[in-house]
Write a protein that binds this ligand. Structure first.
Ligand code: UD1
Ligand code: CA
Length: 485
C-alpha cells in the first residue's frame, strides 16, 4: 500500500498574534507551509492532505492544486486534526504525519521515517531530537531498557511547564518529539478513536497515540535544528535565519562569493552565477537571478530582477527589471519595474528609472529621472535631466534616438522625441520633437549687464531720497531690473 502524507495546519496559531494564518508567514520569501510541502515531496505519489480550519480562505486558495484539503471544525488538538483527514487518506498505508509549522525538516529526514517503517516491525515510527533547548516540545519517555514508553507534553509534565526537568532527563540533552511520524494505518485510526482530552490543554493529542500502539520505533535527527517548530515570531525569526543560511550555502557551493553571510539575504528562489561577488548588506528577493562574474553591493537590494553577466551594481534598489550583460549601476539608484538596461549601459549616481529602456552603451551618469522613456544605443544623458512623463492626467512617452546627446538639466516634456544624433542644449525645456541631427535649444538668451554690480553698490551708498528712489527698492533690484540702470 502507498504512503500518504498528512500535514496538520488547522491550529489557531494564537502565539503568533497575527491576522495571517501561521503557516502563511514567509520564510526567505516563501510561506512556511511550502517548506513543509517540499519536505514531504519524496513520499507517496498522491498529493498530501492538508488539514485546515473552517474559513481559512487565503490558505485554501494558496494550497489549491497542490494538496487535498480536509477540514477540522474546531482546533481540538493534533489527534483530532488527524481524524479529520481520515476520509481523504482512504486506504493509504503508512500515514505520514507532519506539522505545518515545522519548516526546517529536510526531505531526507521524512524519507528516513518511511524507510524505517518499510523495514518492518513497527506500527509507528517517530522522529525525535535532542535540541539544546527542549522548551515547548513533548518529551520522549523511555523504559529502563531504552524502549519507547510515551510522549509527555511539556504542559503535562509534573509541575507543568515550570516544573522539574522531563522524566528520564539528566545531564544529557533530553529527547523530544520532533512532530513527524509514520503510522500503520489500521492501528492509527483505531487509536485515534480512543483518545482522551484529559490533559492540561483539554485536547486530543496525537502524541498519545504511540503509547497505545505495541511496536514503536524512533529515528533520531542528527541535526536537531531541523525540528524547530514555529509557534511565535521569535521562533519565526530563528527559522528564517536557518533557511537564509541554507540558501547562502547553496549559492556559495555553486561558486558565489558571499563576503559577509551574516548581512546578506537571499530568498529561496534566488539564483546567482559562479564568480559573482555579493558584497555586505545585499538583499536578493523574490525571483531575482544574477549572472556570472558580477559584483553586487554593498547594500544593493534586488527584487524580482534579472541581471546578466559581468555587471557591477553598487548601492541601489532594483525591482521588477532586466539588466543585460556588462551594465554598471550605482551608487544610489532606483530602478523600478518595467525597466530594461541593455548591454554595457550605465546608470550613475542618483538616477531613477521607471518603465524605461536604456539602449546598449547608453549612459545616464548623474542625477536624472527617466520615466516611460526609450533610449536608443550610445545615448548620453547629461546631469539633471528629467522626463516629465506625467501631465496630471496620464503618463506620456519620451523617445531618444541612437547617439543623441541630452544636455545637462534638460527637461523633456512628454510626449516628445529627440531624433538620432540630435543634441539638446543644457537647461532646455524641450516641448517639441527635435529632428535627427538638430540642436534643440529652448531657453532664454543670456544678457550681460556690464557694470551692473558697481552701479548697484553705488546706489546703496547714496543717502535716501537723493535719486528719488527708496533704498529698499535699490536693494531689491536684480538682474531682471532696468537694463539701462
Ligand atoms: C506539538 C506536539 C509536541 C511536539 C511539537 C513539535 C502535540 C500534542 N504536541 O506541540 O509533542 O514536540 O509539536 O513541534 O501534538 N494543529 C491542528 N489542529 C489542532 C491543533 C494543532 O491542525 O487542533 C496543527 C497546528 O496548526 C500545527 C500542528 O498541528 O501546525 C502542531 O500544533 P501546535 O499547537 O503547534 O503543537 P505544539 O504545541 O507545537
Ligand atoms: Ca508547534
Amino acid at each position: 500500500m502507498a504512503a500518504r502524507v498528512v500535514i496538520l495546519a488547522a491550529g489557531s496559531g494564537t502565539r503568533m498574534r497575527s491576522a495571517l494564518p501561521k503557516v502563511l508567514h514567509p520564510l526567505a520569501g516563501r510561506p512556511l507551509i511550502d517548506w513543509v510541502l517540499d519536505a514531504s515531496g519524496g513520499v507517496g505519489s498522491a498529493a498530501p492532505v492538508v488539514v485546515v480550519g473552517p474559513g481559512a480562505t487565503v490558505l485554501r486558495s494558496h494550497l489549491a492544486g497542490r494538496a487535498e484539503l480536509a477540514e477540522q471544525a474546531l482546533p481540538q488538538g493534533t489527534g483530532d486534526a488527524l481524524r479529520a483527514a481520515r476520509a481523504l487518506v482512504g486506504e493509504a498505508d503508512p500515514v505520514v504525519v507532519l506539522y505545518g509549522d515545522a519548516p526546517l525538516l529536510r526531505a531526507a529526514s521524512v524519507r528516513s521515517l518511511v524507510e524505517r517503517f518499510a523495514a518492518g516491525g513497527a506500527d509507528a515510527v517517530l522522529l525525535t531530537g535532542r535540541p539544546s533547548d527542549p522548551s515547548g516540545y513533548g518529551r520522549v519517555v523511555r523504559d529502563p531498557d531504552g524502549g519507547f514508553r510515551t510522549i509527555v507534553e511539556e504542559r503535562d509534565l509534573p509541575g507543568g511547564r515550570d516544573g522539574p526537568e522531563a522524566p528520564g532527563g539528566g545531564p544529557e540533552p533530553v529527547e523530544v518529539n520532533a512532530g513527524a511520524y509514520a503510522f500503520a494505518a489500521a492501528p492509527l485510526w483505531a487509536a485515534l478513536e480512543r483518545l482522551s482530552p484529559a490533559n492540561a490543554q483539554g485536547e486530543a493529542y496525537l502524541t498519545d497515540v504511540p503509547a497505545r500502539l505495541t511496536r514503536v520505533a524512533t529515528v533520531e535527527l542528527a541535526d536537531p535544528e531541523e525540528m524547530l517548530g514555529v509557534n511565535d515570531r521569535v521562533q519565526l525569526a530563528r527559522a528564517a535565519a536557518v533557511i537564509r543560511r541554507r540558501v547562502l550555502v547553496r549559492l556559495m557551493r555553486g561558486g558565489v562569493t558571499v563576503d559577509d553571510p551574516a548581512s546578506t539575504w537571499a530568498d529561496a528562489g534566488v539564483e546567482v552565477g559562479a564568480d559573482t561577488v555579493l558584497r555586505p548588506g545585499t538583499v536578493l528577493a523574490g525571483r531575482t537571478r544574477i549572472g556570472r562574474a558580477c559584483v553586487v553591493g554593498p547594500f544593493a537590494q534586488l527584487e524580482d530582477t534579472e541581471v546578466g553577466d559581468g555587471c557591477r551594481i553598487g548601492t541601489a534598489h532594483l525591482a521588477g527589471c532586466r539588466v543585460a550583460d556588462g551594465v554598471e549601476i550605482g551608487p544610489f539608484n532606483r530602478v523600478r519595474p518595467g525597466s530594461r538596461l541593455e548591454a554595457a549601459s550605465r546608470l550613475g549616481t542618483f538616477t531613477e528609472v521607471v518603465r524605461s529602456r536604456i539602449g546598449p552603451g547608453s549612459a545616464v551618469p548623474h542625477l536624472s529621472y527617466l520615466g516611460d522613456a526609450t533610449l536608443g544605443r550610445d545615448v548620453n544623458v547629461g546631469a539633471g535631466t528629467i522626463t516629465t512623463n506625467w501631465d496630471g492626467l496620464g503618463k506620456h512617452a519620451t523617445v531618444i534616438g541612437d547617439g543623441a546627446r541630452i544636455g545637462s538639466d534638460t527637461i523633456l516634456v512628454a510626449p516628445v522625441a529627440v531624433g538620432a544624433g540630435a543634441y539638446t542644449g543644457a537647461g532646455s525645456v524641450i516641448t517639441e520633437d527635435v529632428p535627427a541631427g538638430a540642436l534643440g535649444l529652448a531657453r532664454a538668451r543670456q544678457r550681460n549687464l556690464l557694470g551692473w554690480v558697481a552701479r548697484r553698490l553705488a546706489r546703496r551708498r547714496e543717502p535716501s531720497g537723493d535719486n528719488g528712489e527708496a533704498p529698499a527698492r535699490a536693494a531689491g533690484e536684480g538682474p531682471s531690473g532696468d537694463e539701462s540702470a
